[in-house]
Design a protein around this ligand. Structure first.
Ligand SMILES: O=C(O)CCC(=O)C(=O)O
Length: 264
């Protein structure tokens, strides 16, 4: 297990690789079902201070709570399907080669992109993280197909070796409040990452990437985990939740208790 030679080469040269069919369809379907259940429960008044939902501002008038959701952060600590997929032994074996024997999953976000939702402009995740040592590894799992019309990811191969670029605030009305855009870098080498459900992209935290708007009648959904060594220095933010997944090369057993959190 671990990385094979083509994955290793793509990781080093291009800053990403794709594993086709890494997760079963049943797993990604369960992810979508569970997120819908959670947001409906929160909408009905259940307290889940351990989770962090963010709204899709462009779809604020939609009647169903799940259709108004853009992202649900911090789901992997307590929610079974997310914890088990984030700690899948095949995944941890790959991550151990990239990161080392001690790893936390520090960010887990489920992303809905409903018809009409906006994409996220060109950015590097390290613009937000500012963490050392590099890399932090992103794992983007397609829960639905990602097609040219429904807002797939686009990447600039090789850009993972670049510095953190300056970025400006996304000027579009209704853009996600945290969205920023790199405007000073050449994107002519961009490649689209088309996915089937269960396909999984491993990507470096400096890789320039974006997603486009959903101009299709169909929902696009993805689950994204980010991993780093527990000793990582850098910015901490409230959408992060540092969960131990590997210590001395051994998987850490499931964590089910939410941290006690009071949002002020
Ligand atoms: O899935 C998307 O639309 C954007 C995700 C992304 O850019 C990220 O997780 O950094």
């Amino acid at each position: 297990m671990g990385m094979n030679a083509p994955q290793q080469e793509s990781w080093e040269e291009r800053g990403f690789f794709i594993e086709r069919g890494f997760y079963d369809l049943s797993v990604v379907e369960e992810m979508i079902e569970r997120v819908v259940e959670i947001v409906r429960m929160i909408d009905a008044g259940e307290q889940r201070p351990d989770l962090w939902p963010t709204p899709e501002r462009r779809l604020a008038d939609q009647p169903k709570p799940e259709d108004r959701l853009a992202k649900l952060f911090r789901v992997m600590r307590t929610e079974k399907v997310f914890h088990s997929s984030a700690t899948d032994p095949r995944l941890l074996a790959i991550l151990a080669e990239m990161i080392g024997p001690d790893i936390d999953c520090f960010l887990s976000q489920f992303i809905f992109k409903h018809p009409g939702a906006l994409g996220q402009p060109w950015h590097q995740d390290d613009f937000y993280f500012r963490m050392k040592p590099l890399p932090q590894v992103g794992v983007w799992i397609a829960c639905t197909a990602a097609t040219p019309e429904n807002g797939p990811l686009w990447v600039v191969p090789g850009s993972h070796t670049e510095v953190i670029h300056d970025a400006v605030r996304d000027p579009r009305p209704d853009a996600g409040l945290a969205y920023v855009e790199i405007v000073d870098a050449d994107t002519s080498a961009e490649e689209v990452v088309l996915m089937e459900p269960g396909d999984t992209l491993f990507f470096h935290s400096r890789l320039r990437h974006r997603s486009t708007d959903n101009n299709s009648p169909d929902m696009r959904a993805a689950m994204v985990y980010h991993y780093a060594p527990p000793t990582t220095q850098g910015l901490r933010s409230s959408n992060q939740d540092w969960v131990e997944v590997l210590r001395d090369g051994e998987a850490v057993s499931a964590s089910t208790e939410p941290l006690a959190i009071a949002w002020n």
